[in-house]
Ligand binder design. Sequence first.
Ligand SMILES: NC(=O)c1ccc[n+]([C@@H]2O[C@H](COP(=O)([O-])OP(=O)(O)OC[C@H]3O[C@@H](n4cnc5c(N)ncnc54)[C@H](O)[C@@H]3O)[C@@H](O)[C@H]2O)c1
Length: 255
Amino acid sequence: MSNRLEGKTAIVVGAGTGGEGVGNGKAVAVRFAREGARVLCVDRFETAAKATADTIRSEGGTAEYLAADITRADHCQGAVDACMEHFGRVDVLHNNVGIPSLMEITDMTEEAWDHTFEVNVKGMFMMCRSAIPRMREGGGGTIVNVSTVASIRSFPDAAYTASKGAVNSLTIYLAGRYARYNIRANCLVLGYIDTPLARPAWEDERVRQINLKQVPLRRFASPWEVASVAAFLASDDASYVTGAIIPVDGGLCIM
Ligand SMILES: NC(=O)c1ccc[n+]([C@@H]2O[C@H](COP(=O)([O-])OP(=O)(O)OC[C@H]3O[C@@H](n4cnc5c(N)ncnc54)[C@H](O)[C@@H]3O)[C@@H](O)[C@H]2O)c1
């Protein structure tokens, strides 16, 4: 493992795992630490944030944790303040939080629509609003936003699809407007990732086989394969990469 994040600090939002095992956010936080970053693990659930920080510490890495709900502006500001207090700077912001609504548009309530956008888009906006001034003070930074193939294909979930499309657009906005301050912003468009969140759907063998056939590589990804791309984007190896909407999907979105 390289030390390409040595000296950098990272906030991973949604760093816990919903359930047993390793989700995308946890894998990214652990990978960042393995590459030398000091990591603030942020999650709505303190136990989930702490579990990720404990894993990092058990491997000899440096991590702190914080319970914060990114739908609250004061919690977003609190996360950035905590990173400054613990580590003195903010170099990397990894926005992993995202929830589905699981509803077609004709069944969708306004409350469910608003809640999905509040978590998936407004939370990212508020984390960026709080983090960017600190990145500018520090001479630059990098933002990685987590999106989905559902943002660029038709998918049976109206609010998830539309809100993640907004995440892609927010990334392009950020990249264009903040490059002048040496802040890069990129977006991961995830396909089928074998996480505790996604796995229950594949307990139905028929669904599992249908999903596998959609993927040219004929397998689901491990969250560690998401983490390796996130670590590249967060590092100076990606110093000329900004505004990129990068599929991590085994080829799903080209089919
Ligand atoms: N797993 C997949 O197949 C897949 C596919 C496409 C996209 N994604 C995207 O990956 C991301 C997360 O995936 P995961 O599998 O790691 O999920 P996960 O549920 O394991 O992790 C997300 C974490 O975010 C936290 N969270 C939720 N709402 C929050 C809030 N308001 N404030 C703070 N924290 C909050 C949860 O507590 C959880 O620990 C999402 O953006 C999702 O859209 C996943």
